[in-house]
Design a protein around this ligand. Sequence first.
Ligand SMILES: Cc1cc2nc3c(=O)[nH]c(=O)nc-3n(C[C@H](O)[C@H](O)[C@H](O)COP(=O)(O)O)c2cc1C
Length: 194
Amino acid sequence: MKFLLDAIYVTLFLFTIVAVLKIILLKNIVYKKPEFLSDKKILTVYYSHRSNTKSVAQNLHSIVGGDLKEVKLIEKYPNNIFKMSKLVRQQMKEGHLPQTEKIDISGYDIIFVGFPIWGFSVSLPMKSFLKNNNFENKTIIPFFTCSGGVSKRKVVKEIEAFTNSKEIIDPLFMFENGIFLIKEQITKWLNKIC
Ligand SMILES: Cc1cc2nc3c(=O)[nH]c(=O)nc-3n(C[C@H](O)[C@H](O)[C@H](O)COP(=O)(O)O)c2cc1C
């Protein structure tokens, strides 16, 4: 029994050392912008209620460059999570999209679009932003955060339904409790989609 416990402690210790070393080494890596983005006008636009998506957006922006903009609500949701969830459920039931501040996307070729998942769907403020902008001749590259999971295919279909973009790329998604080594995850995904 004692031998087994010792073995577990040693394994945990080694795992911790490896994880710490990985984080230290990764800090020195320069995350390079993929070639296919080099001559493009890029916008990263995101909606974030509690800042998980914001954190991914900021890291993505630091790699791909271009501009970073936040989708802001005209009327904010209540801070209380129960009141907020109740209001979101009601809006989803009624097909209501909250009004958002205007963002000019006309000068961009590639738009990275980030949002949290609400009720197994694209969150309402992002739907509102997508619906109210013209994505003709623009490539949409979605990324989203969630707590449980959702079908990427469903998310892409929703974006298709809300925009006139002819090109929507395979999204990046991150679980809210898996948002670490963000730049490494983003770089892997960027290399996959290009
Ligand atoms: C109203 C509401 C509904 C949500 N519904 C889902 C869901 O259906 N599936 C899921 O995986 N996560 C769901 N979540 C969790 C969020 O997607 C997750 O916490 C996300 O990372 C939050 O991003 P943010 O910090 O950028 O707002 C929901 C969160 C809220 C507030």
